[in-house]
Design a protein. Structure first.
Length: 616
């Protein structure tokens, strides 16, 4: 990669950054970037990584560490940087989730822990039955009955156990069982336990701490508003007062993880302890003007003063559509949504550019909608089972191999397969004979898979053939996320189960089954939490009702943020729905007293088009 003088550097792909964004990219100080929806947080971090690598301000061989909350967000950022910086980015840009980073620290420095805190190397992660049995073995019975589920009590107890272990604490009697295994149960850790062990390694080993600081000259923290106390403590323990430069990016208005331990005042604490600069991005590149106006109207209730937020010049001032559907029952609601979606698809919107959101439990709100859409030959599915699988690296590789077996005329995908497999086998491209031999073997594998498909062999047999060729041990060595426990096998088992469903739905058409599995031909249905970081042309928020926001009185700020996140996923159109009756809930009759402020907002003059769907 050619080194560019920092004074001559320009953003990649001819992207024009607003002044605050450009300053954030080129700053060499610790920084907090406050960026609302559509401000381009991921793009800003990708541009900053590109800037640091292309100008060598991240001096070779030092690296950039980017931490995200979701696997797909980490992968998205990684792909953008690698596309712009090539092989250098592969070697020097590490993009992963908090959980993956903590696990990497623990696995790499396992023997830096004292024996009593050192888990068995083949530990499982979040095996709820084993965790339950550990508590039962110590005599803990919850609510008068033996619990069969990992609940808030278990989580709180394990998270709050101090290290080193204190025999006076309840958790200190559970931790040893989970660290070492017991009664034929394998060692099992929660992600919070892994977080605490990684932090303990840093706190008790100055050389390891220095090694991490030396490795990573720059650290990016995405969705910073959702950072938990444990996560922040690790970042602080590892990097505060170091020579590593930290860039945190977030938005108070999208803080919807307080229930999971997100720190409410993390921005202020970070600014104080890391002595950071603060930048605010004002451009919303995503949403049409009418939607931006609705977002502005939300700022007051969120106690935010961002009235200067601007929409992109690509829009006409009148662009954007906001609807409120009020129906007597869920069938009428479903038909109204299906009719509107059908119209959008007829006008050129792709199904996977439309999203149906629910505050929680999509299975309670979506059956009638799925049925109404099916009558119009429009597919929709709940994404929970698919969303994480699609971004699993082993699943991406398996699907790419199958796809190239169907159609080899996919040059870029075929090159990526060869490159990844050669990396998995640790083959030096300078060793011509071995390198060419492996390339031939990859080509032969592609032909083998094609023959298996022609013989109507199932996805299980094909997946196992690819797994056997790549070798499980090599896969686990190359993809550290699969290195412990049964996660690798369970991931493949889940893939096979869900792919079989799509294969049958596609009438045994392999390419259509791949497209269906990846969600290209269906409308995704998901919770607000799962939609974070995503965007769609049209969004339908189903169930703007008290029962969905049942805890509003106790967490009004978080629920307002959830409403804000839902409306801000949309680029062109957002529709909110209320049904007077829902058969899938405990109480069929629905009310809107708790969330009345949302209705008052939508009913302000010029905001939403309100439509009523009655039985008579």
């Amino acid at each position: 990669m050619k080194i560019i003088d920092k004074e001559n550097w320009q953003p990649s792909d001819n992207i024009i950054l607003e002044e605050s964004a450009f300053q954030s990219v080129t700053s060499q100080n610790n920084i907090l970037v406050i960026a609302g929806p559509g401000a381009g947080k991921t793009e800003l971090l990708a541009q900053k990584a590109t800037y640091l690598l292309q100008t060598n301000l991240c001096k070779n061989p030092r690296k950039i560490l980017a931490i995200s909350f979701k696997t797909d967000a980490a992968q998205n950022l990684k792909e953008r940087v690698e596309r712009r910086c090539g092989q250098d980015a592969k070697l020097r840009f590490s993009s992963m989730t908090y959980d993956a980073f903590f696990k990497r620290i623990l696995d790499h420095f396992l023997y830096a822990l004292p024996e009593e805190l050192r888990p068995k190397a083949d530990y499982l992660i979040n095996d709820l039955d084993i965790i339950d049995q550990a508590f039962i073995k110590q005599g803990y019975i919850l609510n008068g009955t033996i619990s069969s589920k990992f609940n808030k009590y278990y989580d709180k107890t394990l998270k709050e156990t101090s290290l080193p272990l204190n025999p006076d604490e309840i958790g200190s009697r559970i931790w040893p069982l989970l660290l070492k295994g017991f009664d034929n149960h394998k060692a099992t850790l929660t992600f919070k336990m892994i977080n605490k062990l990684a932090d303990y390694i840093i706190l008790t080993n100055a050389q390891i701490k220095l090694a991490i600081q030396t490795t990573y000259s720059h650290v990016f923290l995405d969705e910073f508003q959702d950072t938990t106390g444990l996560q922040y403590k690790f970042i602080k323990d590892c990097f505060v007062n170091s020579n590593s430069t930290i860039t945190a990016v977030g938005d108070n208005k999208q803080r919807i993880m307080l229930w999971a331990g997100a720190m409410k005042n993390v921005f202020d604490i970070y600014n104080d302890e890391f002595k950071s600069e603060q930048k605010i991005l004002l451009m919303n590149h995503r949403s049409a003007p009418k939607l931006v106006e609705l977002q502005r109207n939300m700022y007051k209730s969120l106690q935010e003063d961002n009235s200067d937020i601007k929409y992109s010049e690509k829009w006409n001032p009148s662009d954007g559509e906001i609807n409120l559907y009020i129906s007597d029952n869920e069938e009428l609601e479903a038909n109204a949504i299906a009719n509107n979606i059908e119209e959008k698809i007829c006008n050129g919107t792709k199904p996977n550019d439309i999203c149906i959101l629910c505050k929680q439990c999509p299975g309670n709100y979506s059956p009638a909608i799925i049925k109404a859409l099916k009558k119009k030959n429009i597919r929709a599915r709940i994404e929970i089972e698919y969303q994480n699988l699609i971004k699993e690296p082993i699943i991406e590789l398996v699907l790419d191999i199958i796809s190239c077996a169907i159609n080899i005329k996919q040059a870029q995908k075929w090159e990526m397969i060869k490159e990844t497999v050669i990396d998995i086998f640790s083959i030096d491209s300078g060793n011509n004979s071995t390198y060419e031999e492996l390339q031939q073997q990859i080509f032969d594998l592609k032909n083998t898979i094609k023959n298996m498909m022609d013989q109507n062999l199932n996805i299980s047999e094909i997946t196992n053939t690819i797994k056997s060729f790549l070798d499980t041990n090599r896969i686990k060595a190359y993809f550290p996320v699969y290195s412990q426990g049964n996660y690798f096998d369970s991931t493949l088992d889940d893939f096979i189960k869900f792919f079989e469903i799509e294969f049958e739905e596609a009438n045994n058409d392999w390419q259509k089954a791949i497209d269906n599995f990846c969600g290209l031909n269906s409308i995704p249905i998901m919770t607000i939490h799962k939609s974070k970081g995503l965007e769609y042309s049209a969004v339908y928020f189903v169930g703007l009702e008290d029962s969905a926001f049942w805890n509003f009185k106790n967490q009004p700020e978080e629920d307002r943020c959830a409403f804000f996140v839902a409306l801000s996923r949309a680029k062109e159109s957002v529709t909110f729905t209320f049904s007077n009756n829902r058969s899938g809930l405990k109480y069929t009759e629905q009310k809107r007293e708790l969330v009345n402020e949302f209705y008052e907002l939508l009913q302000e003059p010029g905001i939403a088009t309100i439509e009523y769907f009655n039985t008579h």
